[in-house]
Structure formats: structure tokens, C-alpha cells
Write a protein that binds this ligand. Structure first.
Ligand code: HAM
Length: 427
């Protein structure tokens, strides 16, 4: 006996019934990005493992525990991308796109992290990732935040709040890291095992520990924003002034350090209280050192990624999901010759009325059943060809929705024009 094969844990199907809201979110975002002058790019789902180790950092959760890594037939260690920034930067370098250029680019697609699955957190999830490469900011930092803010407005989302922070230059961060390390060393016996391990590699990650005893130690730790270099302070002040000027509210969260190592200066996160413990909807920041670290010429850059599943769920909860698109015309027929005529007519309608939805009832069934299916499809009119209509060379047009209800009959040669008139009239 054959056994059903289950889906992979943490990987989710998006069914046809849910696709409308997905497409609404994706189209709205694509429209916003185009309007701000960002261009789409497509990069592979698989990259060399070293790329992620070098970009994201050896001591991050993502690299330490969550990567889907495998050796391919050629013996190369490859990894399913856990995020898109590393691949986008790799693509900019490999294709020689840098050389002082300024790129405003985005990509969309599945990311893979072997995390503990729960509501809103998956092992395969979708990001829309946006990168502005070659810009030192803070004007572009403000632009990226404004772009996301506009998206929430267009999607009707109100339960999202902006948090910002600055991590300073890599040097300021290094100094702060040392300070933090000294502080945590004084409280070593109170730290959890994970935090102790991070003390050497990346003490900043201890700051966003979820463990209460560690959080209590973190509460009195030195605050990064008080140890910023002067230039980063000015950059951050300008960012805040810019957000104030365009009226985007924010909170400065000095504990916002982000889970990936490549950030410097601006970091931000849009969070929500509507999705339980998975509160980050869209996050990102500046990564001025990453491109040089990956072998490209030193180029400042900033970007963010939006968790599409989370934005889709927020859109659904806000009651903003659009109704599924219904066809305009539903064709039904009975008898082999009439069914053939209906198929032919459907192609003529598609030729003559591009953009109109034309659905044919495939397979034979009683007209009663076909009418029920036509109704369920949401179509505006039904075109009916029975044996009798076929013999007389006519088609019956039955309005299914709206004020007009009378069924009419039209010669086969004229029916396309009549359908066009009807649909225009009742739009
Ligand atoms: P991230 O914070 O790791 O940043 O992920 C960005 C967003 O992806 C999160 O805010 C969240 O909405 C979504 N997300 C992350 N993990 C999951 C998951 N397991 N299930 C569902 N959604 C998830 C980055 O990935 C950076 N590359 C962003 C960036 C671009 N920074 C600069 N440029």
C-alpha cells in the first residue's frame, strides 16, 4: 500500500484560494518599487556556502544552526540561500556592476532557514529584498523607509511600527564590542550557555537574547548609541530629522542589533503586535563594509527585506484582501457538436476581447449543473449552446449578475459584438 508523502516540515503550500492576497501584496510592492526607481534582478537560490559564512558571519544563528547546506555531485559545498543580500552583492561583484555605479535593485523569492517552525515562521519563506548599492546616505536610508511606509499605507496596514538604531562605523562597533565583552565578563556566571559562547565571537548578539536572566544583565549593559563615532552620530541625527520631516513616526531602540553581522550605522525594523511572537515584518540596514569584505571595491550600501508571508497575513487580518478575480464569460454547451462550437467561440471571444476572462465548462453535464458552476465562478454572463441553438445557429446570452436579467438570443456571428456591448454597459 502506498503511503502519502507529507510536505517538508516548515514548508507551506500557497493554495489558489490564498493567491489573490499574495498577488495583491506583490503587485502593490512592485508598483511602489518601480515608482521609486528600483529595478528587479533575479539571482540564484543556491550559492557557495562560503558566501554566507563570510557575509552573514560565523557566529550568527543563521550560519551556526539554520543553513540548508549540501555537497553537490561535483564536491562543492552549496547552501540554499537563507537571505538575499549576500547573493545580490555577489551578483553585483561577479557581473562587474560596481565600479562607482549606483544600483537600486530588488529581488523576490524563497529563502530557507532551518528554524523551529511556528505561526509566521517557516523553513521556506518568501522575501522581497531591496538594495541600494553605492549610496552613503542618510537620504537613501530615509527613502527606503519611506518606500516601506508607503506600502503599508497602500495595503491599509496600521498595526506596524518602526524601530531604528545606529550601529556606528565598523571601528566604533569594534570598540563597543570590546566594552560590551568586558561588561559581560564581569557577569559571566549569570549568562546562559549560548551567550557565553557568543562572548568571544559576537557579544552584540547577547543584547537581543530572549532568556530572562540574560535580559536582566543586558538591561544595565553599555548602550551602543552612547558610544557612536561622531560621523555616525551625525548620520543618525540626519536620519531622524528626515523621518520627522516627512512625518514617519519611529522609536529609537538601542537594543536593535539585528541577527546578521554585516550591518553598520542605520538599522531598522518594522514590527507588529498582530502576529504573535513573530513580530518583524520588514527589516534591514546599512552594510557599508560588506562589499569590500566580499572582494568588491569598497562601496556603501543599504537594504531591507520584507517577509511576504507576514505581510500577506497582516493584509488578510486588516480585511484588505481583494476578492478573487472572476471571469467575465462562462460558456456552456451540451452535445459533442455544440461543445466543439463553444470551444471555437471561446477562442474567437479571446481574440476579439483580449483581457476579458472567458471560461469554458469542460466535460459534459446537465445544464442545471453547468449553470450552478457558472454561478459559482462569479462570471457576469453565461453563453449557452444547446443542440437546439446549434441547429438554429444562435447562442443564448444569460446575465448572471447585475440589473439586467433577461436572457437574449443572438446569431453566432454576432455574439462577440453583443458580449462586448453587454460587458461595457454593465462595467
Ligand atoms: P532578516 O531580518 O533576517 O533580514 O529577514 C527579513 C525579514 O524576513 C524579517 O523581518 C521577516 O519578516 C522575514 N523572515 C525572516 N525569517 C523568516 C522565517 N523563518 N519565516 C518567515 N519570515 C521570515 C535579512 O534577511 C536581510 N538580508 C535584510 C537586508 C537586506 N538587510 C540589508 N538588505
Amino acid at each position: 500500500m502506498s503511503r502519502n508523502i507529507p510536505p517538508v516540515t516548515g514548508m507551506k503550500d500557497v493554495l489558489a484560494a490564498e493567491i489573490g492576497v499574495w498577488q495583491h501584496v506583490e503587485r502593490t510592492m512592485a508598483g511602489v518599487l518601480a515608482a521609486y526607481g528600483y529595478e528587479e534582478m533575479r539571482v540564484p537560490v543556491v550559492e557557495h556556502t562560503d558566501l554566507f559564512k563570510r557575509a552573514i558571519g560565523e557566529y550568527t544563528d543563521v550560519v551556526e544552526k539554520e543553513m540548508y547546506t549540501f555537497t553537490d555531485q561535483g564536491g562543492d559545498s552549496l547552501t540554499l540561500r537563507p537571505e538575499a543580500t549576500a547573493g545580490m552583492v555577489r551578483a553585483a561583484i561577479s557581473n562587474g556592476l560596481l565600479r562607482g555605479a549606483r544600483l537600486k535593485v530588488w529581488c523576490q523569492g524563497p529563502m530557507f532557514r532551518h528554524e523551529k517552525p511556528q505561526k509566521g515562521r517557516y523553513r521556506q519563506f518568501t522575501q522581497i529584498d531591496v538594495e541600494a548599492i553605492g549610496f552613503a546616505g542618510p537620504d537613501v536610508d530615509i527613502e527606503l523607509i519611506a518606500l516601506t511606509h508607503r506600502l503599508w499605507k497602500l495595503l491599509g496596514l496600521t498595526r506596524v511600527k518602526l524601530q531604528i538604531n545606529s550601529l556606528g562605523t565598523p571601528e566604533a562597533r569594534r570598540n563597543y564590542r570590546e566594552l560590551l565583552k568586558q561588561y559581560f565578563l564581569q557577569h559571566l556566571d549569570q549568562l546562559d550557555a549560548d551567550s557565553k559562547r557568543r562572548l568571544e565571537g559576537n557579544p552584540l548578539r547577547i543584547l537581543d537574547s530572549k532568556i530572562p536572566a540574560t535580559q536582566a544583565i543586558v538591561a544595565n549593559a553599555p548602550v551602543l548609541t552612547e558610544h557612536l563615532d561622531t560621523e555616525s552620530q551625525a548620520h543618525f541625527a540626519e536620519l531622524k530629522a528626515g523621518l520627522d520631516a516627512i512625518g514617519i513616526p519611529y522609536t529609537v531602540n538601542p537594543r536593535l542589533v539585528r541577527g546578521l553581522d554585516y550591518y553598520s550605522r542605520t538599522v531598522f525594523e518594522w514590527i507588529t503586535d498582530a502576529l504573535g511572537s513573530q513580530d518583524a515584518v520588514c527589516s534591514g540596514g546599512r552594510y557599508d563594509g560588506l562589499i569590500a569584505q566580499l572582494g568588491g571595491e569598497a562601496t556603501p550600501a543599504i537594504g531591507f527585506a520584507m517577509g511576504v508571508e507576514r505581510v500577506v497575513e497582516l493584509t488578510r487580518l486588516a480585511g484588505q484582501a481583494p476578492a478573487a478575480a472572476a471571469p467575465d464569460v462562462f460558456l456552456m454547451a451540451q452535445g459533442e457538436a455544440a461543445q466543439r462550437a463553444a470551444l471555437k467561440l471561446s477562442e474567437q471571444l479571446r481574440d476579439a476581447l483580449p483581457g476579458r476572462g472567458v471560461v469554458v465548462h469542460c466535460g459534459s453535464a446537465k445544464f442545471k449543473t453547468q449553470f450552478r458552476r457558472a454561478d459559482e465562478s462569479g462570471a457576469r454572463i453565461a453563453l449557452v449552446i444547446g443542440e437546439d441553438e446549434l441547429a438554429r445557429g444562435v447562442v443564448a446570452l444569460k446575465p448572471l449578475r447585475g440589473a439586467e436579467t433577461t436572457q437574449t438570443e443572438h446569431p453566432l456571428a454576432e455574439v462577440t459584438a453583443r458580449v462586448d456591448e453587454f460587458l461595457r454597459r454593465s462595467t
